[in-house]
Design a protein around this ligand. Sequence first.
Ligand code: ZN
Length: 388
Amino acid sequence: MDKSVVGYTLYSVVWQKRGLPHAHILVWLVDKIRPDEIDSIISTEIPDETVDPKLHTVVTKHMIHGPCGDLNCNSPCIVDGKCSKPYPKDLIAETITGNDGYLLYRRRSVANNGRSVVVKIRRQNVDVYNRWIVAYPPILSKAFETHINVEYCNSMGRYVSSNEAICRIFSFAIHKKYPTVVHLAVHLENGQRAYFNEWNAADRAARPPSTTLTSFITVCQTDDFSRTLLYADMPRYYVWNASSKSFHRRRQGTPIERHPNIYECYLRLLLVYVRGPTSFEQLRTSDSNWDDTLKDSVISSSPHQIHVLHRVHRQTLNPTLQRTAEMNNETLIMIENMCLLMAKKVLSCLGMTVNNRHVHDALNHEWQREQHYDTEALAETVRTNVPQ
Ligand SMILES: [Zn+2]
C-alpha cells in the first residue's frame, strides 16, 4: 500500500465455516478523510451503468445485501424474524457524520436521482434500491472485483460508565482465574528474556534476573526433595514468588501444574525427561543416547514431530525411525523457511543440503495461485481509477 496515504494497518484473516477466507483490515490514514471526500471513497449506492459499467457489475453482483425480510425470509442474516445487519437501510439525501464514530452514508431515493436494479431472487425479478447496498470502496471494488465492505470510523475512544468507574475505584475483583496457573519459563542457558535500560544494562548482563527455570535449578542444588521432581511438577510442591523471583515450598492451597510455554522444544523435552537438574550442563548431558536422538530430531523435525517422536520413544523405547526421501525433503523445506525468516538466506547459502522445492511447490496449488496474482495490474487499476 502507498506509504504516503496509509499510516498503519492491522489485519486478521478468518475462515468461515465452509472454509472461505476473508480478511478484517483496519487502516489508519496519514491524512484524515474530510467529510466532503467521503462520498468519493465509500459508496452505498448503485453506480451509473452507462458511466462505469464495470463497477456497476461488481456492485450488483457482490454488494447487494440479501435481499432479506419479506423478499426472502430464509436469508441467513434473519435472526428472530429480523435482519441482524439491519437491512433495508433508510434512504438519506446526504452523508451524515454521527456522534458514535459511524457514518450514515448517502442513499438517494429513486425520486432523488438514486438508481435501482432488477435482480433475480428465487426465480423472481426483484427491484433493488440503494437501501440494500453494502458500503463499498469503488476503487478497490473495481480492482479486486469482489465483495469488499468498508466502514469509516473517526473515533476509537472507550467509554467508562459510572458503575465500571466505581468498581475500579474500589479495586473490586474484575478477573479471576482458578486454579492459579504458573507460566514456566523455558529458555537455553543465558537465553532468558531480560529488560534493561541504558543505566542498568551492565548490571542486568552481569546478574540477569532469575526465572522459574534458573530458580528450579538453584533449588535442586540444595534441596533433596526437589531433585526427585520434573520441572512441570515444581508448582505442585513449590510456590513461585514473582517479586522475589524464587520458589518456596508450598504450605497451603491446591496443587497446581502447568506445562511450559515452549519455543526451545529440545530443552522442553529434556525438562520433561530429566529429574532435578542441578545445572544446564547436567540437563544437556543426562542421557547421551536419548540426547543424541533428540539432537538429531531437533535438526530435522518440527516441534509437533519431536513431540510425536518423544511419545514413540516413551511407548516403544525404540528410537530408530525409518525416514523417507519425501520426509527429508519436507523437513529441509521447513528448515529453509525458518532460515529465510531469520536470516533471509536459503540453505545453499548456509552450506546445507539443498532441498527440492520444485517437487514441494508443484503440490502446493494454493501457493501457486497466490504467486500468479497480478499485483502490478491491480496497482495499475487503482492508479487509473483514483477519483478526480
Ligand atoms: Zn438481512
